[in-house]
Every structure is written in structure tokens, then in C-alpha cells.
Design a protein around this ligand. Structure first.
Ligand SMILES: Nc1nc2c(ncn2[C@@H]2O[C@H](COP(=O)(O)OP(=O)(O)OP(=O)(O)O)[C@@H](O)[C@H]2O)c(=O)[nH]1
Ligand SMILES: [Mg+2]
Length: 465
């Protein structure tokens, strides 16, 4: 394999970077990785790394090139290959001062290290087979996760959750391919019983049936990773802002009994059943002469058009009016739930006036005032946004467009393989498709990874990761 643990010119370079965020703190870590890591460490400290117990912290003074003391630090050596990158790695746990961190990085560079590029440590780890590509992506997602559930799913992916599903299927494709190739060579399928058309079709079907649930996990996996935008819409005074405050758990928006209170839109990020959701409160949809409110209504329409889901709010304490119907027609073009608010008041509207008699489906009764029904609303939102959310909790779902494309490619190649086997075509035909499916799965795991894919992934990592 060609070197792809970073820019080719950096092959053999020893890289250095802070591994902790900038700014003052209790501890900051500077990490070195590469063949000269221990030589550079020896230049910075009185330690002789060869004599140190691996993966054990020792205390030492860190000095600059002129021998001036920079800090008292704790140091750990991770000899290759048992390190994060698979190379020799040294970590310096410094006092969390940006000035000390800068000075130590400069001293390491003076001793022969080069500053790391974003994601270069992880890219080297991938290159040295410490993780497959989906695991590297899981690591990036774990760091970026916005909710506990998203973090848990990313952790499963980082630990190889996708590879453990896909790897064995790839093995099965390869052994099917071997049987097909044997049949091509011998030319007589009776000599290779497992390459009989029915056998091939059966094996292909089995593999497809394992890939299909994985593909279905994408919608939910993507939501947990990327989050979603949910707009609160409805006419004036139905309690949209109070609902936002209730969902956000804080007094975010001004609530008032006068209609037309909210002019601009307001947003709050909340976790709804583990999905990171940006909830946007909008100005009530109504005809108005007030020029500022009219601008607000235009903005509401924009927000509704961009939302992944609209919560259309009705005031359950009063009868549904023509303005509600008119506003609902605007919102109903988007995926939506009907929220009947003010359930603490005697029920006048039920939502069925708008839902067209579809009893219960997509209608949630809540009280933004008391909090009644809010948990059911959160659950209903999660169901709408991530229909197979159970998959996210149970396994490592597909999370990226790249994953989806690879699995779709594999499935469509398998579909063709099945068709040509069923049509009794000679084994060359299904073989070509099985080979393509197997390659698609190899791409998913990064076994064949074009340089651009790696560049694209790792440059999004932070420096030092
Ligand atoms: N009883 C009761 N009153 C509510 C509830 N939710 C909101 N209200 C009241 O309804 C009025 C309007 O609430 P807002 O949240 O400002 O309504 P809005 O839809 O944001 O209104 P605009 O911004 O004007 O479009 C206020 O007096 C709220 O206290 C509820 O669940 N129960
Ligand atoms: Mg409001």
C-alpha cells in the first residue's frame, strides 16, 4: 500500500501537537508520534526513554534547547506498535498554560519534530491498521457528539460496530467469488456444486438480507449524528413560545397574552430522545398590517420550508378557526405533527378538525403550562425523525452518506448477481457483480480508500487528533 498516513512528503516525519484544547486548564498534553519521538523526548528531558516502563507516567523536568526549565511534567512512552498511531508515541502532561504548551511544542520542533496537520495522528493510526475507516469516523463523531445517545452510538462505531457487521459479509462474498471463479476455470458447474445457479442465488439473497437492515439504520444514524431542525408553527397566541421554553427547559422566548408577541424567530438546541434538535419558535402565521410582524411572518415561512419537521400548534382551549386552517395548509406541505396545546383548559379543539379524522395519528395533546404530554411529544418527534431509532441504540448504525452509497452499491450489484444466476447465465456474469459488491464493502471499511476520501475525512479532525 502506498503511504497514506498524511502528505507523502511527511513520511518518516515525527509530528508534534497539543492534544488538549487551547487555553488555560489544569493539564495540557503535548503528543509526539514518529520514529524520532523518543530521541526528541530525550532532548527535552533528562530521561532515557529506552529505559522507561512503557505506558507508565514518570515525572521529569522539561527543558528547551538551551537547557532552560519549561515545566515539571508527567511523561509516558508508548513504543510502537502499541500506541494510538501504531508508531512510537510520547506524551508530555504539562501544567495547562498556553505559554508552556507553546514553548514545549517549539522546543520539540527545534529538536526535529514537525507540527502535526489536522487529523494526522488519526490518519497515521488508520494507515498502520489500528482502525478501519468507519472507526476513524466514529472517533471524529464521538468527539463532536451533542447528546449522550449520539456519543454512545459513535463509541460503538469507533469500537468497530460497522466492521463487525460488514467484515464477515465481505468474507462470505469473497468465498462465493472463489467458488464462481473455480466454476469459470473448470467450465462445468457439476464439478463445483456450490456454484450451481440456485445455490448462488440463495447465498446472494442471504447476504443481501443482512445488508438491508444496515441500510435502513442510516436514516436514524444520520439524525443522531447530524441532528435535525424542528419548527414550531401556528397562528398567534396558541402557545408556541411557551412550548419552546418548555422544550428548552428555560425561559428562552417572551410569552405574552397579546397576539403577535414573537416577531423574529428564536431557537434553542435540545436533546429529544437523544436526537440533537434545533427547535425554532416562529412568529404566528397571520395577516397583519404591522410591517415588522409581516417580516416576521415571512421568516416563519422560510423556517418552515427548511425544517425537517413542523410542530403545528393549535390552542385546544378554543374552537379551530379559519385562520388555523389557512396556516395549517401552509405548514402541512412539510412533514408535521399536530400539537394541541393548553390541555390544562377544558378541551374545545381536538386536532381532528385538521387531521381529517385520522384519529390520534400525528396528534399530540400537551400543556406548555403544566408540562403534561411533553414527554410523549418528544417521543413522537423522535419517531418522526428517526423511524428505526431502536437500531441506533442496539448497534452501530450507518451515519454518513458515504456509508449509504457503499451499501446501496453492494446491494444493487447483488441484485444483478441474483438475476443473472436466476437466468442461468454463465458464472462470469454473477462473478463480476459479486466482485463489485465486495469492492463496495471494502470501500466502506476503507480497505480501498481513494486519497480524496481520506483527505476529506481527516482534514475535518482537529489538530492533535
Ligand atoms: N392555560 C394555558 N395557557 C397557555 C399555555 N401555553 C401558552 N399559554 C398562554 O397563551 C398565551 C400565548 O402564549 P405564547 O407562548 O406567547 O403564544 P405564541 O403562540 O408564541 O404567540 P405569538 O408569539 O403571539 O404568535 C400566553 O398568555 C400564555 O401564557 C398552556 O399550555 N396552557
Ligand atoms: Mg410567540
Amino acid at each position: 500500500m502506498e503511504y497514506n498516513g498524511g502528505s507523502p512528503s511527511r513520511e518518516g516525519a515525527t509530528i508534534v501537537s497539543p492534544a488538549t484544547p487551547g487555553g488555560a486548564g489544569a493539564v495540557s498534553i503535548v503528543r509526539l508520534s514518529g520514529p524520532a519521538a523518543f530521541r526528541i523526548l530525550a532532548a527535552l528531558t533528562p530521561l532515557s526513554p529506552a529505559g522507561l516502563a512503557p505506558r507508565t507516567l514518570v515525572r521529569a523536568e522539561v527543558r528547551d534547547a538551551g537547557g532552560a526549565a519549561l515545566d515539571d511534567a508527567l511523561i509516558a512512552c508508548f513504543p510502537a506498535p502499541r500506541s494510538f498511531t501504531g508508531e512510537d508515541v510520547a506524551e508530555l502532561h504539562l501544567h495547562g498554560s498556553p505559554a508552556v504548551v507553546d514553548a514545549v511544542v517549539r522546543a520539540a520542533c527545534a529538536a526535529g519534530a514537525v507540527p502535526a496537520e489536522p487529523g494526522e495522528f488519526s490518519r497515521r493510526a488508520f494507515h498502520h491498521g489500528k482502525m478501519d475507516l468507519t472507526q476513524a469516523e466514529g472517533l471524529a463523531d464521538l468527539i463532536a457528539a451533542r447528546t449522550g445517545e449520539a456519543a454512545a452510538a459513535a463509541l460503538r462505531q469507533m469500537r468497530g460496530g460497522i466492521g463487525s457487521e460488514v467484515g464477515p459479509l465481505r468474507e462470505r462474498l469473497l468465498s462465493l467469488l472463489a467458488a464462481l471463479e473455480a466454476a469459470i476455470d473448470f467450465g462445468d458447474e457439476d464439478d463445483v456444486p456450490e456454484a450451481k445457479p440456485e445455490q448462488i442465488a440463495e447465498r446472494v439473497c442471504e447476504i443481501s438480507s443482512r445488508l438491508e437492515p444496515l441500510l435502513r439504520s442510516f436514516e436514524a444514524g444520520r439524525r443522531f449524528r447530524d441532528g435535525a431542525t424542528v419548527a414550531i408553527a401556528g397562528v398567534a397566541n396558541v402557545g408556541k413560545s411557551r412550548l419552546l421554553n418548555r422544550l428548552a427547559g428555560e425561559e428562552r422566548a417572551i410569552v405574552d397574552e397579546a397576539p403577535g408577541t414573537t416577531r423574529d424567530y428564536l431557537q434553542a438546541e435540545v436533546s429529544l430522545a437523544g436526537i440533537p434538535v434545533l427547535v425554532v419558535d416562529t412568529a404566528g402565521l397571520r395577516r397583519t398590517e404591522d410591517p415588522v410582524e409581516r417580516k416576521g411572518v415571512l421568516r416563519s415561512r422560510d423556517v418552515i420550508a427548511r425544517a425537517d419537521l413542523v410542530l403545528f400548534v393549535l390552542d385546544g382551549g378554543r374552537a379551530v378557526e379559519e385562520v388555523d386552517r389557512e396556516a395549517f395548509r401552509e405548514a402541512a406541505g412539510r412533514p408535521h405533527l399536530l400539537v394541541v396545546n393548553k390541555s390544562d383548559l377544558p378541551a374545545v379543539a381536538t386536532g381532528e378538525e385538521l387531521a381529517g379524522g385520522k384519529e390520534g395519528r400525528g396528534v399530540v395533546r400537551v400543556s406548555a403550562k403544566t408540562g403534561e404530554g411533553i414527554a410523549s411529544l418528544a417521543a413522537a418527534v423522535a419517531r418522526e425523525l428517526a423511524p428505526s431509532e431502536g437500531a441506533v441504540r442496539a448497534q452501530a448504525p450507518l451515519t454518513r452518506e458515504r456509508h449509504r452509497l457503499a451499501v446501496e452499491k453492494a446491494l444493487s450489484a447483488l441484485g444483478r448477481a441474483k438475476a443473472s444466476a436466476a437466468a442461468g447465465l454463465s458464472p462470469e456474469f454473477p462473478a463480476a457483480d459479486v466482485r463489485e459488491a465486495s469492492r463496495a464493502l471494502a470501500e466502506l471499511l476503507g480497505e480501498v480508500a481513494p486519497e480524496e476520501v481520506l483527505d476529506e475525512l481527516f482534514r475535518r479532525f482537529c489538530i492533535g487528533k
